[in-house]
Design a binder for this molecule. Structure first.
Ligand code: 13P
Length: 293
């Protein structure tokens, strides 16, 4: 079993032109399905939870123990990072204490200077424990109270400043948003990504990994282009939720759930859980991170 920091395997992805998946989990079955997919594909991955999902699942310690124990029980051999997604300052400190192997400190809603300052503090604490750190500049939109954000472009100067805090990978808006994309979405701004990536590479002195949030429902060719220009981690949540929902819905609408003992949650959830595994495996193929473990 291999619970590790994400630093080395994301850096390897950036240097070799592929990306690893940061897959959000929601419960026990979700976590098992993601782990099965990673092992089947021989792919390094991050299993991540937002603060909301952490609360839903019973807190950071529960999530940490769940992933850790499942990796042991399932005999997982591929590198797995236990990652906090969009953590605030308190959440970041808590997972550093608990022993997560990776975290995102999201100070993008703070004044820019405060974001840099707090990121520096978190980087120091996390690196002392061997954890990898992701930060964010600009902000990544999405649907909030029915208003759909367009997807902002992160200022290149802010990205360059953020690299100097010592972060290991950086989330930067390039027109991407969380959730499903509106019909009039104009696509990823790959020209902006290229410029941003070149600027941060120069400061870092090596090929620096960029994180693409809102990785669901982006056409595959755009994802592949983004990987060419510096993306080495792609976050996926909604697409896997849609796969689970669709499979469960089909199971119920076909009345299969009424047969035999299909009311048993182990049977009732099975089509949805299999769909989670397939969706994760499919994303791993698009990101080209199969057989990289
Ligand atoms: P999606 O839900 O759009 O896939 O975004 C996931 C994400 O970026 C998590 O941080």
């Amino acid at each position: 079993m291999a619970i590790v920091s994400a630093k080395e395997f994301i850096q390897a992805a950036r240097e070799n032109g592929y990306a690893v998946g940061g897959f959000n989990t929601n419960n026990l079955e979700w976590t098992q399905a993601i782990l099965r997919a990673a092992e089947a594909k021989k792919a390094p991955i991050l299993i991540q939870t937002s603060i909301g999902a952490e609360k839903y699942m019973g807190g950071y310690k529960t999530v940490f123990n769940l992933i850790n124990n499942l990796c042991n029980f399932m005999g997982i051999t591929v590198p797995i990072a236990i990652h906090l997604d969009h953590g605030d300052y308190e959440a970041a400190k808590e997972v550093i204490e608990i022993g997560y192997t990776s975290l995102m400190f999201d100070g993008s809603h703070l004044p820019t200077e405060e974001n840099f300052k707090k990121t520096r503090e978190i980087v120091k604490l996390a690196h002392a424990k061997g954890m990898s750190v992701e930060a964010e500049v600009g902000s990544i939109g999405g649907e909030e109270d029915g208003v759909v954000g367009e997807g902002e472009l992160a200022p290149i100067d802010d990205a360059v400043e953020m690299i100097k805090t010592g972060v290991d990978f950086l989330a930067a808006g390039i027109g991407n948003i969380h959730g499903t994309y509106p019909k009039n979405w104009k696509g990823l701004h790959l020209d902006h990504l290229k410029k941003l990536s070149e600027a941060v590479d120069k400061i870092a002195g090596y090929k620096f990994p960029i994180v693409l949030h809102g990785g669901s429902c982006i056409p595959d060719d755009q994802i592949r282009e983004a990987i060419k220009y510096g993306v080495a981690k792609v976050n996926v949540n909604t697409e896997v939720q849609l796969a689970f929902h669709q499979a469960t819905r089909e199971f119920v609408l076909s009345n299969e759930d009424l047969k035999g003992k299909n009311y048993d949650p182990r049977k009732f959830l099975k089509p949805g859980v299999n769909a989670i595994q397939s969706a994760v495996e499919e994303r791993i193929d698009v990101f080209d991170s199969a057989n990289k473990a």
